[in-house]
Ligand binder design. Structure first.
Ligand code: GLN
Length: 484
């Protein structure tokens, strides 16, 4: 059942939240030995929370829109009294004294937290192989990666164990794993969902969003977690728009552009490496939207190809600053050293994994005085150029369309030897992080290998309602078999 259906059944007293929690916990347990999607399963806490929802229903009290819905949280969101690790050894033993705003909002809406999910360490990666606690596997084929960095959250929804999970997206970490696991994943407008209590990777890019099996569930989850939060200085003032109420509006008259540079058409100027089976699904999605009344055409956004290099300077630069706080004094892991500096170096050497160290070094270099203008400064200029070009394109288009990921899920270990091959996975998702604009991945058929493919819808700032309308059209076409 979907989150919408489960909450309705709990509210009406037709289903007990405790039964639902027990079913989810059993489904998680059944798959966990092969998936490794969770860093911790909170069985007792979940049962107690579910029983409390049932009691409220029995007493005739109001329960929220997610009453009794099991939800999994990426383990980079702070949970009061429950270890939060970022899948890193450096946070070993650290227990946050507060909940992230998204956690508070979920719980206030009646959701039942069932566990914290595995991720690439500090959300740096595209395969969930950079975890200190071992890789997560794809629920559709355990020899393959689930994508990343929110791989655990994507895998558990893709496995059907829970209807809803939360992830974070800095360069694609919700959308790419959603695509690879065959689920819906949304990166909201920057500032639309509070980052309070999300452990920072690259603060100007990070956003929290949902993984679900339906567009309607994603819309509901966003309504619950979105809206202004005074605890996040980058939170935008307005509440989240009505999303659940617009899903049946269709796309008649909407202008939708296929981004040439991400189209796979190399002769026309597309980046290389977008697989033919992925291109075929994007083409079918465009046809579905056109049949539903949208005006679809291709449009060139030249700067979109520069997103990847700009991101891999800006994100590491911000990370090098954000991760400076893990010094062996204030949080988690501490190694011995002859003096404070030696202790600090030894703690960081032992606590951080290889990819995190690579990012810290890259970012520190890009920010160093002799290189600042050549690297970080240049990347910021590219970012401004992209914002201008995308805004200009949105004068002519309501939405843009592209693949989410250049390929379907790849084999475990296929890309771990060379970081560059891993980074190019993010070519289609990074632009929306640099511009701050919303984007989402909608499951749309399968590739030649039978693995899920997602298509990406991109929208201008606060364009979530239009984006959801188009997603609903694609979803019903895929359900009707038109994505085959
Ligand atoms: N794969 C990208 C990276 O490694 C994006 C990660 C993310 O969105 N958190 O940085």
């Amino acid at each position: 059942m979907t989150a919408v259906e489960l909450a309705a059944a709990v509210r009406s007293g037709e289903r007990s939240a405790l039964d639902i929690a027990n079913e989810a916990l059993a489904a998680i347990e059944a798959r966990e030995p092969e998936l490794n999607a969770y860093n911790v399963v909170l069985a007792d806490q979940a049962r107690a929370a579910a029983a409390a929802v049932d009691q409220k229903v029995a007493a005739g009290e109001t329960v929220g829109p997610l009453a009794g819905v099991p939800v999994a949280l990426k383990d980079n969101m702070c949970t009061n009294g429950v270890a939060t690790t970022c899948s890193s050894k450096i946070l070993e033993g650290w227990i946050p004294p507060y909940d992230a705003t998204v956690v508070t909002r979920m719980v206030d809406a009646g959701a039942v937290v069932v566990g914290k999910t595995n991720l690439d360490e500090f959300a740096m990666g595209s395969s969930t192989e950079n975890s200190a606690f071992g890789a997560t596997r794809n629920p559709h084929d355990i020899t393959k990666v689930p994508g990343g960095s929110s791989g655990g959250s994507a895998a558990t929804v893709g496995a059907g164990a829970v209807p809803l999970s939360l992830g974070s997206d800095t360069g694609g970490s919700i959308r790419q794993p959603a695509s690879l696991c065959g689920v819906v994943g949304v990166k909201p407008t920057y500032g639309a969902v509070s980052r309070y209590g999300l452990i920072a990777f690259a603060s100007s890019l990070d956003q929290i969003g949902p993984f679900t099996s339906t567009v309607a569930d994603a819309a509901l989850a966003l309504e619950v977690i979105g809206g202004h939060d005074p605890l996040d200085s980058t939170s935008i003032p307005q509440p989240m728009a009505d999303l659940t109420g617009v899903l049946d509006r269709g796309v008649d008259g909407l202008r939708i552009g296929i981004i040439t540079e991400l189209s796979g058409d190399e002769a026309a100027g597309s980046v290389a490496g977008i697989a033919a089976d992925v291109v075929a699904q994007v083409t079918k999605a465009a046809q579905v939207l056109e049949t539903a009344g949208a005006k679809v055409s291709t449009t060139s956004i030249p700067s979109s190809v520069h997103g990847l290099p700009a991101y891999y300077l800006i994100a590491p630069a911000e990370a090098s600053s954000n991760l400076a706080r893990y010094d062996g004094v204030r949080y988690g892991h501490r190694a011995d050293g002859a003096n404070a500096l030696a202790m600090n170096a030894a703690s960081r050497t032992a606590g951080f994994g290889e990819e995190v160290k690579r990012r810290i070094m890259l970012g520190t270099y890009a920010l160093s005085s002799g290189y600042y203008d050549a690297y970080y400064g240049q990347a910021q200029k590219v970012r401004t150029l992209m914002i201008n070009e995308f805004n200009e394109r949105y004068q002519d288009f309501d939405l843009l369309l592209s693949p989410t990921s250049p390929t379907t899920a790849f084999e475990l270990d296929a890309k771990t030897a060379d970081p560059m091959t891993m980074y190019v996975n993010d070519v289609c998702t990074i632009p929306s992080n640099l511009t701050g604009q919303p984007a989402m991945s909608v499951p749309f058929g399968v590739g030649d290998d039978g693995m899920p493919i997602g298509v990406q819808l991109l929208a201008p700032m606060l364009g979530e309602p239009t984006m959801m309308q188009a997603a609903a059209v694609l979803e019903s076409a895929a359900r009707a078999g038109e994505a085959k």
